[in-house]
Write a protein that binds this ligand. Structure first.
Ligand code: CO8
Length: 270
């Protein structure tokens, strides 16, 4: 199916991202090549606007977030933030509003990372639900070299993903990066592809997810995320309640009936 440029239909026209729709999959491509997709306010405004529209669009079942072959994103825009002051950062909760939309997304987001995913770029990828990498991807948290520290989840999500020793080594040295294969070995990413195949393969997985019942996909995402928030017994309790609740959906009736009748399910996302 051909990609549709959402920006040319009912969407606002963006200057730093491109948005496309393929079936039930939306693709957001960071497109600020001259700055290696450094994350400035305008870029984040556009990402959040697109994410919000896709999350509220019943025709979309999953979102892919990607950059260029050279860079997913080389971090927050250093030139934009270099003169920022603590008091204003604190009063305006600097960066906080950048990451609110992505953390409240109900639909799955898959990051397709080619090239540099450094600093805020690595953090942005880790905010996604799944990360696929191109063979030349580089993940790192170099903020220490700038006299600062990760500010959007690097110290937390990276530590969960790769363990304390490797996370400390990466964050404290600012120069120990993970290549795609290492990221795969550590479980930071779940698949690695040749760069030119990455987006296509990521869209395939997103399409597979988007073909499932949207309610159970949303519940499954919510339940997995609770693994980071709750202890085991509370997490299991949370999961069981959502599992029970799926029996109130049309898709559970259809999915199980289809299995029994040896046919493909026709999910209606209700
Ligand atoms: N900010 C601003 N501009 C950047 C950034 C950046 N993070 N990264 C690259 N650029 C610009 C360069 O300044 C250069 O611009 P110009 O052509 O005008 O001089 C252009 O992009 C190309 O970059 P290089 O010439 O440096 O390209 P190289 O191939 O030589 O090097 C690197 C590529 C290694 C990626 C190098 O550009 C680099 O080290 N970039 C900075 C990486 C970094 O330190 N990132 C961390 C930033 S701090 C941060 O992310 C805090 C997280 C806060 C949370 C964010 C919320 C999600």
């Amino acid at each position: 199916m051909a990609l549709t440029d959402v920006a040319s239909t009912d969407a606002p026209s963006y200057t730093m991202i491109k948005t496309e729709v393929q079936g039930r999959v939306a693709v957001i491509t960071l497109d600020r090549p001259k700055a290696l997709n450094a994350l400035c306010s305008e870029l984040f405004y556009e990402i959040n606007d697109a994410l919000s529209r896709f999350d509220n669009d019943t025709g979309i079942g999953a979102v892919v977030l990607t950059g260029s072959e050279r860079a997913f994103a080389a971090g927050a825009d250093i030139k934009e933030m270099k003169d920022a002051e603590f008091v204003n950062n604190y009063k305006t909760n600097f960066l906080g509003h950048w990451v609110e939309q992505i953390s409240k997304m109900r639909k799955p987001i898959i990051a397709a990372v080619n090239g540099y995913a450094l600093g805020g770029g690595c953090e942005l990828a880790m905010m996604c639900d799944i990360i696929y990498a191109g063979e030349k991807a580089v993940f790192g948290q170099p903020e220490i070299n700038l006299g600062t520290i990760p500010g959007a989840g690097g110290t937390q999500r990276l530590t969960h993903a790769v363990g304390k020793s490797k996370a400390m080594e990466m964050i404290l040295t600012g120069s120990v990066n993970l290549d795609a294969q290492e990221a795969l070995n550590y479980g930071l990413v779940s698949k690695v592809f040749p760069p030119e195949k990455l987006l296509e393969e990521t869209i395939k997985t997103a399409a597979k997810i988007a073909s499932k019942g949207a309610v159970s996909v949303q519940m499954a995402k919510e339940a997995v995320n609770q693994a980071y928030e709750l202890g085991l017994s509370s997490g299991l309790h949370f999961e069981r309640r959502l599992f029970q609740a799926t029996f109130a959906t049309k898709d559970q009736k259809e999915g199980m009936a289809a299995f029994a009748e040896k046919r493909k399910p026709g999910f209606v996302h209700e």
